[in-house]
Each structure stands twice: as C-alpha cells, then as structure tokens.
Write a protein that binds this ligand. Structure first.
Ligand SMILES: [Zn+2]
Length: 439
C-alpha cells in the first residue's frame, strides 16, 4: 500500500496528539503504514541513515480527524430543503426523495463526500446510510478509513426492501469485512422513533453475535423524547437500557436532550457520544450538554452529521463551532478549550469507532495524518499550532492527507480518484433530484 515501505516525513511543526506539545522541525519515521518513530528532524535523519526523506516544508502535520457521525452520500441533497423542523425536513423532503434512491447516487455522493472530507483533514468517518455496500466500495477505492453500517428501520428500505433483508445484509457485511484493516462494520438501527423495540432487539443480537459496535441517533430533539415517553413510558436512554443496548459498544449521535441522570447512565455504561453542533443548531434542536458529559467521564466525539443538515463536512469548522458555542452558552471562555475539542475530533473519535491505533502520531499508531499549509495569511503567525488548527483553520487549507502510510491528497491534489469526474456525476444526479422534487 505505501509508496515506499520506509520513509521519513519532515515538517515545520508536528503535533503528535491532543495531550502533547507540538514539535518544531519535527519528523516521523513511517514503516509499512505505521509510525515507527517521532522526533526532531535532524535527530531522526541521523539515526536512520539511508532512509528516504520527504520534507513538506512550512506545514503543520497533525493526526487525521475523525468525523464520528455522518451520512456521506447526502452530499447530493445539500441545500435541497433548509430552514425546516427536523420531522418536516425528514418526512416531507428527505424520506420521499430517498424512496427513489439508487446505488449510483449513493456511490457518487459518498465519493464527493470523501473529496470534501479529505480537504478538511479527515482520515476516518462514521457512516450510516442506505445502499451502504456502495459506500464501502468508495472507502475501498479511495483509501480512506471508515466505520459504517446499513441504516435499519421498520418500514421497507429502498436499499434492501423489508427489514429482515437489512439485518441479513448487516450480518453479511460483518462477515465479509471482519479482517479489513480500514473498515469496521457497524450495526445501525436508525433511531428509537423509526425502530420498534423488536427491531432494536434484533439489532442487539447481531451486535452481540459479532462483537460489533452499534450506532444510533438518540435524544436528538424534545419531540423524540416526548414520543418515546408516550409510546414506551420512558425516555430514550432508559428505553435502550431496557432493551439491553446501553453498553460500551454503543455509539450514539446527538444526545442533545439529556438529564443529569441520563448523563451518569451513559458514563457508567461506557457509551460514546457523537456531538454534532452545527446540525443541531441548523435544525434548531438545541445544544448538547458537552461540558457536563465530559465532567461525568462520557467519551465525546465530534461529527458533522449529513451534509444536508449542516451543510458541509468540514470537521475543522465543526471543531471551531464546538469550541465557541459552549463558551457562549456558559458565558465562560475557559469551557471546552481547543485541546479538549481536538481530543474529541481525533483520539476519542478513533476509539469510539473501533480504531484504537488511530488518532495519535506516535510509535505503533497508524500513519493517518493531515497536512495544514501554513503559507497563508489566515494561518500566520504560528504562536500555537493547536490554537491555529481549532480556531483559524478552514477546509481548503489542508494540502495533504495520508491514511495507513499512503498519500490520498498530496500538494492539494487527490491521488486515488478523479475529483472532477465525481463532481460532474453529482451535478447530473442533482438534476434528477430536482426533477423529482418538482413532481
Ligand atoms: Zn444523522
């Protein structure tokens, strides 16, 4: 996979991890897709004579970001219907158009999403959608890393038909990709309002059988909590607990509506949360209680959610939003410091998605990294590389991305697929979609 089995990568700055200081004139020794050593440039070169050196110049190398919740293929719906309540948006726009969904829409939509994510320094993403085998194909072809699963719900899916087929597909994927180095298959019941207790139990049994992670939308809106209380007599967290799903293999998206007791419950059970602040803001759902979750010891990760409810997949801007919004709400500038947000977007995301050897640039870890171009007015000067990354950097300033030692984006160019063709295909799909909406 690696272009060269063993090489040294040098940069003006290397930020090895959220809890480490940046190295000036830093270097990484990469061997067979993994990081073998980290150190000062001169030191590392003299300790490893004869190893090819690649000097990236005035850049900051940092651990690749992890988008811990998205529906990548929904790039094709970006900007289709904005400024609507979640349930109206879903039931009046997204679900009807999705009933016409085709595998090629999913394929090209996901490919465009990968192009967009690479350009914001993302090396790994978590995906729940329909026709997921086509997203998997994109992951295989583009070289990115992902944890993904077919979205499951009670009503028939355009992807697999009746629910039983979706469960079967999930099991097939779990078996086929068991040993894949870059792909983790998830069991993905969509939400408690689209999955009956019986469906959720079936999903749980599959997850138990294969030791798989479960990913679900949970406690996203007040309306969802109200419905859950009316139907089942308790709130979503208690509902999942009763169904045996509340454990360290559960990764929930949103978690906006949580009581103190529910936060304690999530912490005790070892559940991880994907905080999606921009989607929650755009859909007017509120703001998740992240400082409280962190104080209680809940693993919090960061996600963009689908590009139809954000409306982008820029995890750099998501870090900034997360860092800012909680300060404003609390009227306290010390809440959620840049370091904490960077932790959520790197190591915590990687752990929640079942990639414990990602999210840090240290010996033994995967060479999943991104390169930030510092020769820009908005990224000058460099007093503090971490601050620059969280508060100043935007998608587009990332000029390189490597996954498992292989360059996917280099000097601003995507190497593993044709970005222009992908864009053309999505434009054609968008025309089809607009015709559907008109009728
Ligand atoms: Zn979502």
């Amino acid at each position: 996979m690696a272009e060269r089995e063993k090489f040294i990568l040098c940069a003006a700055f290397v930020l090895p991890a959220w809890d480490k200081e940046p190295l000036k004139d830093g270097a990484l020794l990469i061997k067979d897709g993994r990081i073998e050593a980290l150190g000062r440039r001169d030191e590392l070169i003299s300790r490893h004579p004869g190893v090819p050196v690649e000097d990236l110049g005035e850049v900051l190398v940092f651990p690749g970001l992890v988008n811990a919740h998205t529906h990548a293929s929904m790039t094709i719906f970006r900007g289709l219907a904005d400024d609507l309540p979640l349930m109206t948006w879903l039931h009046d726009y997204i679900f009807p158009v999705e009933s016409h969904l085709k595998s090629e829409w999913v394929y090209w939509g996901a490919k465009l999403a990968v192009a967009e994510m690479l350009r914001s320094g993302v090396t790994c993403f978590c995906d729940m959608y329909l026709f997921e085998p086509w997203v998997i194909r994109v992951v295989e072809e583009t070289g990115v890393r992902a944890a993904l699963g077919e979205g499951l719900f009670d009503f028939p899916s355009p992807g697999y038909g009746p629910l039983e087929e979706g469960l079967k597909l999930t099991e097939e994927l779990l078996r086929s990709y068991e040993a894949h180095p870059r792909i983790n298959i998830l069991v993905c019941p969509h939400a408690v309002y689209t999955c009956s207790p019986e469906t959720l139990k079936k999903a749980r049994r599959i997850a138990e059988r294969y030791g798989a992670l479960v990913h679900i939308h949970l406690s996203e809106t007040e309306e969802e909590v109200k419905q859950c209380l009316e139907r089942y007599g308790h709130r979503p967290v208690a509902h999942l607990k009763e169904l045996g799903l509340l454990n360290e293999r559960l990764h929930i998206a949103h978690a906006v509506e949580l009581t103190d007791e529910e936060i304690e419950e999530l912490s005790r059970a070892g559940v991880s949360v994907a905080h999606c602040p921009e989607s929650n803001l755009k859909l007017g759902s509120g703001v998740a209680r992240v400082p409280e979750m962190l104080a209680a010891g809940v693993r919090v990760t960061l996600g963009t959610d689908g590009p139809a409810s954000n409306n982008d997949l820029d995890l750099l801007s998501e870090m900034r939003t997360a860092a800012l919004i909680h300060k404003g709400l609390r009227r306290d500038p010390t809440v959620l410091p840049a370091r904490e947000v960077f932790r959520m977007a790197t190591e915590e995301g990687a752990r929640a998605l079942g990639f414990p050897r990602c999210g840090r640039l240290e010996p033994g870890f995967e060479a999943d990294l991104a390169v930030l171009d510092l020769l820009r007015p908005d990224l000058t000067p460099v007093h503090d590389p971490l601050s620059l990354l969280v508060y100043s950097a935007r998608a587009g300033a990332v000029s390189g991305v490597m996954v498992a030692g292989r360059w996917l984006l280099r000097e601003g160019r995507i190497l593993t697929f044709d970005e222009a063709e992908t864009r053309e295909r999505v434009l054609a799909i968008a025309r089809e979609i607009r015709d559907l909406v008109k009728h």
